[in-house]
Design a protein around this ligand. Sequence first.
Ligand code: GLU
Length: 538
Amino acid sequence: MVAVGHPVAARIGLDILNRGGSAVDAAIAMQMVLTLVEPQSSGIGGGGFLLHYAAANDRLDSYDGREKAPAAARSDMFLGTDGQPLPFMEAMPGGLSVGVPGVVRMLEMAHREHGRLPWRDLFAPAIALAEQVFDISPQLAAKIAADEILARQPSTRSYFFDSTGKPLAAGARLTNPALAQSLRAIAAGGADAFYQGAIAADIVTAVTTAQPRRGQMTLDDLANYAAQKRPVPCLDYRDSKVCSMGPPSSGGLAVLQILGHLRRFDMAALPPDSSAAMHLIAEASRLAFADRERYVGDPDFAQVTVDRLLAPEYLSARAAEIDPRKSMGEAKPGRPADAALLGSSPSRPLLPEPLSTSHMVIIDRDGNAVSFTTTIEGAFGAHIMAGGFLLNNELTDFAFAPAAKGRPAANRVEAGKRPRSSMAPVLVFDRQSGALTAALGSPGGSNIIGYVTQALIGLIDWRLDPYSAIAAPHVLNRNGPTIIEAEQGLEKLAAELETMGHKVKVQELNSGANVIVVRDGQLIGASDPRREGVALGD
Ligand code: GLU
């Protein structure tokens, strides 16, 4: 079974599984197709985090394909001439925000360890679609029409608009020979064909000549990129062991911390749509977000004390700060032993939420599982293209201000560093039998943390079916106002939450979760109704 952000990708992923391909094989084929059919969200010009479970030897691996800052990047690169952080919309378009892409190198690494079909075969479906024809989906068409920058940048204007300058509409048929050529080269030459040679040269030219701001990426930056395996943090929650991605993502760690704070409370006894449940989730989230800002950055640059941040004594002490009747207001970071004294790296505001990033889950016939979140950061990334694909704007996930309150920010820009992410691919196991019980994740920027946590509570505490667990209305807190998803029937909780001291905001949200649950030997998949994904199985 596969569950992924676009139906065409799902059909191709399932076909790969039916041809004897492994979960990783399907992930690679689907990523290549998403580059073409869901270009606003992810692609080979971006990065991602992939969690893999190998059933035969009960092994869990996490692969870090996060983009890196070029060697020329400096901590003040997102400050204006006045010394103040640039507005996001000024920093994002063009070359300055582009990180060295990581996804191709990472997928090659995962394929060496867990692939079954030849690498080259995994590219054929995407090449055929790019050469023949594919349809613009309704959400892609809506994004093209709504995007203010796309029409101004030459490479995206010629691709996403017709010859009269009109945005391509839903159902418009398109080919992408440049991408077909790039994919052919990578199929034949492996990741080296992306990181060296013609594609690398194209990327460097696009980044260093871009308007309105140029970046300083070099051929060496690309040639030197390496994907990495990282330790996999896990936490016991009720009858489950929940595992996710560690730093440089803050996502997995925050999800696990929130669950850790909630162990003190009997969530199963509270109705899923009650203010009591939402209050506890919001408060537990505040604590995790406060730690995230203070302590999490690229672990290759400053140690992130994951074990301390997930230690049972630490989490219980933090959970004791939660009052079931009253909001604590803004949470302060905790003091895990040995924590480095770093300044905070606040999240930027996320209003409105971009329809970017994609999450896919796959379970193959042998029980191997992939949970993979992949992104080019904002919708359409940096709004520049090379080799037929969009380049990411992942560097804007760094803190723009290099320091806070006199201390260097954990997530400040540094040469060769990976920006902090919120992506949280998750795999869940039964604590007693050790069997895999669920694979899930979602896009949504820093809201990913809330989306994934809520889905886990839905599955584990409330025993919801997978669709209900991800379709349920969202209530989020990033250590600020409590956000209630608009038009999903939970606005009625606003008054009660305000009485408990929450500042409430109602807004539209765009999660895009994909999930597969294993129950009684059956696979049950579901895709978030807020996006265009689908689950397909045999
Ligand atoms: N760039 C974000 C991150 O890595 C993901 C963006 C999104 O989900 O929209 O956390």
